[in-house]
Design a protein around this ligand. Sequence first.
Ligand SMILES: Cc1cc2nc3c(=O)[nH]c(=O)nc-3n(C[C@H](O)[C@H](O)[C@H](O)COP(=O)(O)OP(=O)(O)OC[C@H]3O[C@@H](n4cnc5c(N)ncnc54)[C@H](O)[C@@H]3O)c2cc1C
Length: 292
Amino acid sequence: MKPAPFEYFAPETVDEVVSLLGDHGDEAKVLAGGQSLIPLLALRLASPSVLIDLNRVTALDYLDSGGHVLKIGALTRHRAIEKLADLAESCPMLSDAVELVGHVAIRNRGTVVGSMAHADPAAEWPALALALDGEFDVVGPNGARTIPADSFFVTYLTSALEPEELVTEVRLTLPSGSVGSSFVELARRHGDFAVAGAGAVLRLSENRIIEDARLVLIGVAATALRARDAEQTLVGREANPDAFEEAAEMVQEAIDPSGDIHGSSEFRREIAKVLTRRALVSAAAQGGGERG
Ligand SMILES: Cc1cc2nc3c(=O)[nH]c(=O)nc-3n(C[C@H](O)[C@H](O)[C@H](O)COP(=O)(O)OP(=O)(O)OC[C@H]3O[C@@H](n4cnc5c(N)ncnc54)[C@H](O)[C@@H]3O)c2cc1C
């Protein structure tokens, strides 16, 4: 199939994009890397009458990795993050996860912000935003606002964005100090969307007591999830297999994923437990090393 006819605009500034969004509202779709939107158009699962291509808005193509806050402009591709120097040292969770996003060709073209705006519950970036205190700068005809990641992902393929709003930047806070982090997932083939995945960030004291924990999951609910109860059960405990098993069991108990052709609900719950434990073990193995 081919996309339904649409009017195409290629603005060069954010102001022009905002003005076009104001004129066309929910008739319009913003096109970034096209790695999710183009297949939807081709299958006619989406048929906007207006397409606003962001790719000439060069002011949105930046990545500022100075300090502990990673500032990611709306045209930054997955690959730019993957190629950041020392990422595996500074934030193993990010470097683990970005390599799991599709294939290199997809990472070369697809954008980080596009992935977040698409809000697929099996995508890696929404979970990273939840784990790393993500914040979204958004602009539209009614002005600018900042949306924290906790309230950005609403449900399946739905974010808190209004139809006429554009995300200009997402910021992630990279953990510093004595922290370890990791991201693991199960996919049927390398490059496929995950059946389920888990990410962990652990801050450990000198005697390996967990001072802070972040636990996130994908593929087990209508959005990426932060497992706050399981995080709480870890804080104050020694980083050891018993604590990790308990947290993983709490995650398994707390979720109620839908089944599909890739796995039943029960299978996903079991996988979520296994992946949570693995993510915690891996994060703890690096914890104690000073970061940043
Ligand atoms: C074969 C294949 C495998 C893939 N595997 C994975 C995977 O394993 N994990 C994963 O996470 N992703 C995967 N993807 C999707 C890929 O990561 C996309 O890059 C991403 O989902 C969307 O980014 P994009 O820049 O291509 O956005 P687009 O496709 O251009 O847009 C996606 C949606 O976001 C909106 N949008 C984009 N930018 C903005 C903005 N700045 N403000 C407001 N709205 C915006 C668009 O209007 C559209 O609704 C896969 C894609 C393919 C084709």
